[in-house]
Design a protein around this ligand. Structure first.
Ligand SMILES: Cc1cc2nc3c(=O)[nH]c(=O)nc-3n(C[C@H](O)[C@H](O)[C@H](O)COP(=O)(O)OP(=O)(O)OC[C@H]3O[C@@H](n4cnc5c(N)ncnc54)[C@H](O)[C@@H]3O)c2cc1C
Length: 408
């Protein structure tokens, strides 16, 4: 069946070049990106043993989906790779750079043509690609192996034979350093260290990273409302609500209500409060997570938060239309309301983009155009401002469900 898919950018082919471009665009723009691939997905993990068995017995291609019919090559098993991931599904994962001389062959040796760019021009882009792929390498002598920054990971260990070779070369005054490789010498960006040298970081590893390797620290809901009275000024009222179903401190709720973000000890009518039924959990969330949220980072209000015991936390309404959380703590009733709700969307911040810089953070968000915070019937002033989350233009008021913080 025909499907029309609108996008800002369409990348034809899903090889590693496409994956890198798509990854960069997704990280740095809000463009809608589509990657179109002529080939199939690779053989599912569960079928690989059986496919290998048939390869050993009958000589069949163990990667049966790695090409399009009619595009086969005669001869022994070939590196056909019209599939999701392209040739990188079969590559060896060695990742040498060109050397500075490669760019100046004509000037230096009178052959070929000089490149219009130099090694130094490319160095930051090599580095970016190496960081995305995850490259382990050994720094060679600086004059022979210049690099603006170190390798993302230390080099893979040498085999016994290579160690001997290195020693022999050293006695002859010859510098050697190992081939950089897109294999994890240590755990890197949610993927564990390689337990055998054959593991490759092709497109498939980027897909597999959706498994979110790491330690789940807490999971639950974390909707919020951040308001400004002057759209160009700082936030004037902040509310962050937590309904936690799993954490080192058990289940519980917390509402952090900041009425005076820039003050450590404001007067009672503008107090900065944390209403909770589980204070150890609330202190953990505030100290380890909220203090790192962009809207709260560096504000004096968090250090002076007043923690108060709350009796009830009640959700009501419909998250697709009009949703409310009502918190009661003694003589205080705080009502958070989200209206003008947009389409729900799911995304996962990688650790480098998450607030802590150390967690995967998958979540389900709905932006709200018309939120309100009411304290004992008094509506707090301010409006949300536009915000972009994972390519979705929402506001600084949103519902956040199924939020899970996974430390890498
Ligand atoms: C066995 C082997 C080992 C290798 N080892 C290394 C190594 O160790 N180090 C190294 O640096 N390089 C290595 N390479 C080379 C490296 O894998 C490739 O240079 C690199 O993966 C190419 O990536 P690409 O994204 O440019 O293109 P490709 O991987 O070729 O991706 C192109 C994609 O476009 C798709 N496509 C083509 N036409 C269309 C169309 N009309 N519509 C939709 N989709 C289309 C294809 O199906 C394919 O998926 C190796 C290659 C092989 C085969």
């Amino acid at each position: 069946m025909r499907r029309a898919i609108e996008s800002d950018v369409c990348i034809v082919g899903s090889g590693i070049s496409a994956a890198m471009v798509a990854d960069r665009l997704a990280r740095t723009t809000s463009a809608k990106i589509i990657v179109v691939e002529a080939g199939d997905e690779t053989v599912p993990l569960t079928q690989r043993g059986a496919m290998r068995e048939r390869f050993l017995r009958y000589g069949e291609n163990p990667w049966g989906r790695d090409h399009l019919d009619g595009y086969e090559i005669e001869g022994p098993l070939q590196s056909r790779s019209m599939q999701v991931g392209g040739l990188a599904m079969h590559w060896g994962g060695v990742t040498p750079r060109f050397s500075p001389e490669d760019f100046k062959q004509h000037s230096l040796f009178g052959v070929g043509t000089d490149w219009p760019i130099s090694y130094e021009d490319l160095d930051p882009f090599y580095q970016e690609a190496e960081e995305v792929m995850g490259v382990a390498g050994e720094q060679g002598p600086a004059d022979l192996d210049p690099r603006g920054k170190p390798f993302p990971m230390p080099a893979l260990p040498l085999t016994y034979n290579l160690q001997l070779l290195k020693e022999w070369a050293a006695t002859a005054g010859i510098a050697t350093w190992s081939q950089p490789s897109s294999k994890n010498s240590v755990a890197y960006r949610g993927r564990p260290a390689c337990c055998r040298p054959g593991r490759r970081a092709g497109r498939q590893d980027m897909v597999e990273s959706l498994v979110f390797r790491g330690k789940v620290e807490w999971s639950g809901e974390n909707p919020g409302i951040s308001l400004k009275t002057d759209p160009d000024g700082p936030f004037t009222t902040l509310a962050s609500f937590f309904r936690v179903v799993l954490s080192p401190h058990g289940r519980g709720h917390a509402l952090v209500l900041v009425q005076s973000p820039q003050e450590g000890a404001p007067p009672a009518d503008r107090a900065n409060l944390c209403l909770t039924d589980n204070e150890p959990l609330a202190r953990y969330l505030v100290g380890e997570f909220m203090a790192k949220f962009a809207a709260f980072r560096g504000l004096p209000c968090l250090a002076g938060l007043q923690y108060r015991k709350a009796e009830s936390f009640v959700a009501s309404g419909d998250p697709l239309r009009d949703y409310t959380e009502t918190v009661r703590a003694g003589d205080l009733t705080v009502v958070l309301n989200w209206q003008g709700l947009g389409e729900p969307f799911c995304f996962a911040h990688p650790p480098e983009n998450s607030a802590t810089g150390a967690h995967h953070m998958p979540s389900l968000f709905l932006g709200s155009e018309r939120p309100s915070i009411t304290v004992n019937g008094r509506v707090l002033p301010g409006k949300p401002v536009p915000r972009n989350v994972a390519g979705h233009p929402i506001t600084t008021a949103m519902l956040a469900f199924s939020e899970t913080w996974i430390r890498v």
